[in-house]
Write a protein that binds this ligand. Structure first.
Ligand SMILES: NC(=O)c1ccc[n+]([C@@H]2O[C@H](COP(=O)([O-])OP(=O)(O)OC[C@H]3O[C@@H](n4cnc5c(N)ncnc54)[C@H](O)[C@@H]3O)[C@@H](O)[C@H]2O)c1
Length: 261
């Protein structure tokens, strides 16, 4: 097994208070990285950082709104004053809103695009100069299978993740010669507060909610939900030297959904 080259390196994770982001933070910490746990939910981020520290890792919590440029800049400044470097970035924070083109409010469209698309852009843009100064780095965006295949009723969310996919390729092309690798993971359904709220919004009551959750599994060839750890494993791999020749990739982790339908 190759020696662990991550000890002493620094990773930022946005959306670290919950779900997939929480798992990414835990995985980075287990590799020996110092992890900046960033989230709009300060108390949640503090809890995750405290657990990592209790388990012997290095972590720090920071409140950020990824849709707000000064807030994102303050998050990056915090990382730099903490360890002096940013080696890996998981730009993962995201939200969802229900609605197709005719039912979605402009307010919801703007809110989702601001967090998911503009937020990914602002986060990566703020980290880039420090990665370039440090001789390179790795950025992984959390996209979604809905950026690669249609799904009813989530127009803003799908469009925002489509923007993330295009941004991944664009930034990978623009910064490859500065040794910055940019990739994206495209998860299928993973049971988290975000996915549960989506089905909650469609269900009349608890019984229908449970039925909808079960129906999800039926659509997946592997007949189960993905786990946050399965997404986090790929994110941390893509940030590692083992993925040193990978950039511009959009990788589904989806129980076979996209290829085997
Ligand atoms: N769960 C799924 O099925 C699924 C599938 C595909 C993609 N994703 C993507 O994975 C990412 C993580 O989602 P999750 O399922 O873990 O959801 P989650 O709701 O469990 O976690 C999202 C986190 O992002 C934070 N956040 C929201 N808005 C923010 C903002 N403006 N600034 C900073 N933090 C903010 C929330 O506080 C929360 O902690 C999202 O980008 C989501 O779109 C999730």
């Amino acid at each position: 097994m190759a020696p662990d080259t991550h000890i002493g390196t620094t990773a930022i994770v946005t959306g670290a208070a919950s779900g997939i982001g929480r798992s990414i933070a835990d995985h980075f910490a287990a590799e020996g990285r110092a992890v900046l746990c960033a989230d709009i939910n300060r108390a949640g981020a503090e809890k995750v950082a405290a657990t990592i520290i209790k388990d012997g890792g290095h972590a720090r919590a920071v409140e950020v709104d990824v849709a707000d440029e000064p807030s994102v800049q303050a998050m990056v400044d915090d990382a730099i004053s903490w360890t002096g470097q940013i080696d890996a970035l998981a730009a993962n924070a995201g939200i969802m809103a229900e609605g197709s083109a005719l039912t979605l409010s402009l307010e919801d469209w703007t809110r989702v695009m601001s967090t998911n698309a503009t937020g990914a852009f602002l986060t990566a843009r703020a980290a880039l100069p420090h990665m370039i100064d440090g001789g390179g780095g790795a950025i992984v965006f959390t996209a979604s299978t809905v950026a690669l295949a249609g799904m009813k009723g989530i127009a803003a969310y799908s469009a925002s993740k489509g923007a993330v996919v295009a941004l991944t390729r664009q930034m990978a092309a623009d910064y490859a010669d500065q040794n910055i690798r940019v990739n994206a993971v495209a998860p299928g359904a993973v049971r988290t507060p975000l996915s549960e709220s989506h089905f909650r919004a469609r269900a009349e009551d608890d019984a229908e909610f449970e039925t909808l959750l079960e129906a999800v599994i039926d659509r997946y060839p592997l007949k189960r939900w993905g786990t946050t750890a399965e997404i986090a494993d790929l994110v941390t791999f893509l940030c590692s030297d083992r993925a040193g020749w990978m950039t511009g990739q959009i990788i589904p982790v989806d129980g076979g959904l996209l290829e085997l339908r």
